[in-house]
Ligand binder design. Sequence first.
Ligand code: HEM
Length: 123
Amino acid sequence: MKTDIKNRADIEKLVDVFYGKVREDAAISCFFNDVAKVNWENHLPTMCDFFENILLSSGNYEGNPMDAHEKLHKKSEVKVEHFQHWIVLFDTTVDELFVGAKAEEIKQRATNIAAAMMHKAHR
Ligand code: HEM
């Protein structure tokens, strides 16, 4: 039975499954694998810190996603369609694994952040 997102272990599961899909995705994997050449061993814990901070107020993320994406966008244009696709993959993954108020919150927060990133890149 599915439960809500409760702790770091749940966030790790979400991040693992989501980026497992992203890494193999025909539309957006190139940004990670080819453009930024992401070191996944570092990126996955960073993303856990990020989501844990926004969802469970852990206070352990100090990066700047807006800056990171602005740099990425300068190297290779991240289009609105790419962001929309990211959101579909993210929402699908959350719904596959969890159900509840936190699950709804993380989808909403991610959508809002994606909207801010799109606005910054395409204003
Ligand atoms: C198509 C959409 C997206 C693409 C292609 C993308 C790609 C990337 C890449 C390549 C990096 C690594 C940058 C680097 O280390 O050089 C990154 C970092 C990151 N992304 Fe995204 N991203 C997307 C959407 C999002 C969204 C919607 C969020 C938030 C909900 C997000 C949150 C982050 C965070 C927190 C980092 C880590 C920044 C840091 O180093 O602290 N990304 N992204």
